[in-house]
Design a protein around this ligand. Structure first.
Ligand code: DLL
Length: 451
């Protein structure tokens, strides 16, 4: 399906309402039983693809006694061990691909902070399905055919830029492919071109808002109405901050390159969790320590199996992302499970004197506090055998320097009482914390490396 007109596209009317677009009402509102049957059928095909075309996957299936034709139920998949990021690195660059290179349409990669990048591949069909899922995500967030999309996700090996681009085009939206950086120009083009939709990481959206304010430009007077923000954890407090400063409704979009890219899950207009597209992915939630499924409603690590990927079938991939699921019906009518805001990655979790804490939890305490700007970093240091946390947060421009100590005391108190962690707090002058153009660096880990 190419670009579509509003009249044809929406079941209810051409108005901007929250109805599930007619084009996707089938897959998005099917009964959970029908969804489970579709998942089983697609899982069999995925296992058959992996068995036939990826020797590494076949060896794992043989070891687990799981032949594609022996799969009776989705639960049988649990016989297979998890996949982790290092499996991609160990098979660098193309060892887990189920198609020879000439049959691929594109390759992406994520740099990672250590070791080799993880490389992912797509057939033409994979790119089509990705565009479709990203289009569904955008439509769910209220983006409509014809809306101009300002896409400030980075273009290149990162999946954000091209992923959002493909989805917007698929939905019938013209795209401004500006990528990240050149923030003053971003502000000028937002005002001149009048996009209705902004795609960016939440931290970069905030950097754009800040530069606009410094230039005396009021983004609330622009045509921006919808923000598609993701690629990093962000708190509800950060959502309100961005909404107030830019004047739009901010939606959370989730994804990861190993599984596809942006558009694995996205909030609908109810903004009560991100619908994970279960017709293309199988979601599990496990205890990060034991690997056992967590009880319904409990937090755990998200594990994802792809159901329609041709070039790179991923079976039980551990995302490291910690979240909770609900399958309660959503007011929008979509039946797909909802992922409740991703708190952070297991790797980013800090253990400060025995308390587990995610950077986004501290962000929720900092953002909006009197005198403070939403720009911060956490420094983790070693003191004897214990880890010590220092919060560096900027003061608002114009906030008097003689009141920095008071603001620091306020943060220290609230972090202790709301999260239970003792932290040192430094309030810094405006402009001191580095600004992001993509994923923000929130933690500076100064602990000795051998850990
Ligand atoms: O970040 C894909 C993406 C691009 C998603 C644009 C959304 C928008 P990676 O670079 O492979 O892919 O990083 C994936 O980023 O495992 C999460 O830890 C984190 N992440 C992505 N979206 C969210 C989100 C892209 N909405 C990793 N909330 C994932 C929290 C997120 N964390």
């Amino acid at each position: 399906m190419g670009a579509v007109t509003e009249a044809r596209f929406f079941a209810a009317s051409s108005s901007r309402d929250a109805a599930v677009p007619a084009a996707w009402a089938g897959p998005e509102t099917m009964s959970r039983d029908a969804l489970a049957a579709l998942q089983l059928e697609r899982l069999r095909a995925t296992l058959a693809n992996a068995w036939a075309n990826v020797p590494w996957q076949r060896a794992r299936m043989e070891a687990a006694g799981l032949h594609p034709s022996s799969l009776r139920s989705i639960d049988d998949l649990r016989r297979l061990p998890f996949m982790v990021k290092d499996d991609l690195r160990a098979n660098y660059p193309f060892g887990l691909f189920a198609r020879p290179l000439p049959e691929l349409a594109r390759v992406h990669a994520s740099s990672g902070t250590t070791g080799k990048p993880t490389v992912v591949g797509y057939t033409h069909g994979d790119l089509e399905r990705w565009a479709e899922l990203m289009a569904r995500s955008m439509a769910g967030a209220g983006v409509r055919a014809g809306d101009l999309v300002h896409n400030a996700y980075g273009y290149g090996l990162f999946t954000g830029g091209l992923g959002a681009h493909g989805g917007a085009e698929r939905l019938g939206c013209p795209v401004v492919p500006i990528s990240g950086g050149g923030t003053e120009r971003q502000v000028a083009l937002i005002m001149d071109f009048g996009p209705r939709v902004l795609c960016a990481t939440p931290s970069y959206a905030l950097a754009i808002a800040e530069v606009a304010e410094q230039q005396g430009v009021d983004l609330k007077k622009s045509h921006l109405a919808v923000g598609m923000f993701g690629a990093e954890p962000w708190s509800a407090a950060m959502r309100s901050e961005i909404e107030q400063r830019i004047g739009l409704a901010a939606y959370d979009v989730y994804g990861l390159s190993e599984i596809m890219g942006p558009g694995v899950a996205c909030e609908c207009e109810c903004r009560d969790g991100l619908h994970g597209w279960e017709d293309h992915f199988l979601f599990e939630l496990v205890d990060p320590e034991t690997g056992a499924p967590v009880p319904a409603g409990a937090a755990g690590e998200m594990v994802i199996t792809t159901l329609t990927k041709e070039a790179l079938p991923m079976l039980r991939y551990r995302t490291r992302d910690i979240t909770r699921f609900t399958t309660e019906p959503c007011a929008c009518g979509r039946t797909h499970l909802r992922i409740l805001r991703v708190a952070g990655r297991n790797d980013d979790m800090l253990i400060i004197r025995g308390v587990n804490v995610y950077p986004s939890q501290i962000e929720a305490v900092l953002v909006g506090r009197p005198g403070l700007a939403p720009h911060y970093q956490f420094v983790v240091e070693r003191e004897g055998v214990l880890d010590r946390l220092r919060i560096e947060v900027e003061a608002l421009p114009g906030w008097p320097a003689e009141r920095y100590a008071e603001a620091a005391g306020d943060v220290r108190h609230h972090v202790k009482s709301m999260i239970g962690v003792s932290a040192d707090v430094s309030v810094l002058a405006p402009g001191t914390v580095p600004r992001s153009q993509g994923k923000a660096v929130r933690v500076r880990d100064l602990r000795p490396k051998e850990r």
